[in-house]
Design a protein around this ligand. Structure first.
Ligand code: ATP
Ligand code: MG
Length: 430
């Protein structure tokens, strides 16, 4: 019988890769915490209705990408395809606006979309996202953009491009929609099949088409930026002014309409020049209509989501695997020594050190080799003689310098051993 493999569109994240994920998560968490964002964790599945209302039936996500199923109680449920709808549902359900002021939330986790798998595109993938609820101020738009850029910069990424657009308000879009349809109708037969259906259902989405011929046609389409009301224009001008004040470069892109129906005003994407076809690392914008759409009080909001797989692909391409070497590699041989080593490892960890215990039972020579490869600062050796005298051989791996120390002296933070070890581990040149 053949071995079972991971389902199409899903993948295992193996330990070497997980180190990148942990680095991203810890840098993002730290930065978001400093900007007063609070983490929210919502369920992996919700009532299908939430996404139909919150994302819109005419979008690809709802139209053809959702994992929808009936549970045993005959309820229609859907694995979340994105994080905003769930976060907003929770915001309404738990009356978070009653806490007053602006709510800043962030989340991370798995999302599910039935799409054709390829590099940077999976059926189970992960996003990190933020939402600011309760502010219509253009400063909120710029805050969220600058935080996305700060996270990406803190990870060492450069070569990033911020694409910016405004999709105005509902009535701006109504007038634009007509202009767009008027422009596209003569080309109807030349559009790709998806775009042909969108011409009546969701014409703005045609601007998003990846089909080369359709893209040629839309290149000269009218721009939504010529259909903004004075208030929408004012908001957008202020956003651009503030981006300039923060020295954040951007380029206007009227074809950037995002896939989801609830967006208003600012829409943006961050692309990486170092990624191939799936270049968009972060997508976001303002969604002033969503909270009321989902039954809550009128609440302006703005946010973004970063696709973590694409971010990790980039980091793997550009940076070596982040290290996770232990401070100490502990080797032992013989019953008494092995028992003492097990205990010693536990005690050393309690003092805050990272200790890897060799469990192989092989000859000391082989264990020494593994100690060298582990990247540890120091190797501790326990044989019969050391077990007898409650000592250890301490071998400083960088210099091969060796000394014998009483086990008890390893455990005291004031002892020379501990001092020397922490000194080396804090040395950036080590
Ligand atoms: P795309 O045009 O690439 O399909 P989208 O508009 O569907 O993107 P959003 O819904 O805005 O994407 O999601 C935000 C980010 O999540 C995307 O920019 C991307 O990095 C990531 N993402 C979206 N779908 C997938 C997927 N199927 N697999 C991996 N990452 C994804
Ligand atoms: Mg998509």
């Amino acid at each position: 019988m053949g071995a079972i493999q991971a389902t199409r569109g899903t993948r295992d994240i193996l330990p070497d890769e997980v180190r990148y994920w942990q680095r991203v998560e810890s840098i993002a968490r730290d930065l978001l915490q400093r900007a007063a964002y609070r983490e929210i964790r919502t369920p992996l599945f919700e009532q299908t209705d939430l996404f139909e209302r919150g994302i819109g039936e005419a979008t690809d996500v709802v139209g053809k990408e959702m994992y929808t199923f009936k549970d045993r109680g005959d309820r229609s449920l859907t694995l979340r395809p994105e994080g905003t709808a769930g976060a907003v549902r929770a915001y309404i359900e738990h009356n978070l606006q009653a806490q007053g002021g602006v709510q800043r939330l962030w989340y991370t986790g798995a999302m599910f979309r039935y799409e054709r798998p390829q590099a940077g595109r999976q059926r189970q993938f992960h996003q990190l996202g933020i939402e600011v609820l309760g502010s219509a101020d253009p400063r909120a738009d710029v805050e969220v953009m600058s935080i996305a850029i700060d996270i990406l910069h803190s990870l060492g990424l450069t070569n990033l491009y911020l694409d910016l657009n405004s999709v105005g308000n509902a009535s701006d879009r109504q007038s634009y929609r007509q202009a767009l349809v008027d422009y596209l109708t003569p080309y109807q037969a030349d559009l790709d099949p998806d775009s042909q259906t969108r011409l009546t259902r969701n014409p703005l989405r045609i601007l998003d088409s990846k089909d080369p011929r359709t893209q040629e046609i839309t290149q000269n389409a009218p721009s939504i930026l010529h259909h903004l009301s004075p208030a929408s224009q004012q908001h957008f001008d202020r956003v651009q002014q503030l981006l300039s004040d923060l020295s954040i470069p951007y380029q206007l892109n009227f074809r950037l309409v995002r896939g989801l129906d609830y967006y208003t005003h600012t829409a943006f994407e961050i692309q990486s020049a170092d990624l191939g076809a799936q270049a968009t690392v972060c997508g976001g914008g303002r969604y002033d209509g969503l909270v009321t759409e989902l039954g809550g009080p009128d609440t302006p909001a703005v946010g973004w989501a970063i696709g973590l797989e694409r971010l990790i692909l980039l980091l793997q391409k550009l940076q070596p695997v982040p290290t996770s070497a232990p401070d100490i590699y502990l080797i032992s041989r013989g019953d008494a020594a092995e028992a003492q080593a097990l205990l010693l490892a536990q005690r050393l960890r309690q003092t805050g050190l990272a200790v890897e215990l060799d469990l192989s039972g092989s000859a000391f020579g082989k264990q020494f080799k593994r100690a060298d490869r582990s990247g540890a600062i120091v190797c501790l050796v326990l044989g019969d003689a050391e077990a007898e005298t409650n000592t250890v051989q301490v071998k400083w791996l960088a210099t091969a310098e060796q000394e014998s120390i009483a086990q008890a002296d390893l455990l005291s933070p004031s002892a020379a051993f501990y001092q020397r070890l922490t000194q080396i581990s804090q040395d950036p040149n080590y």
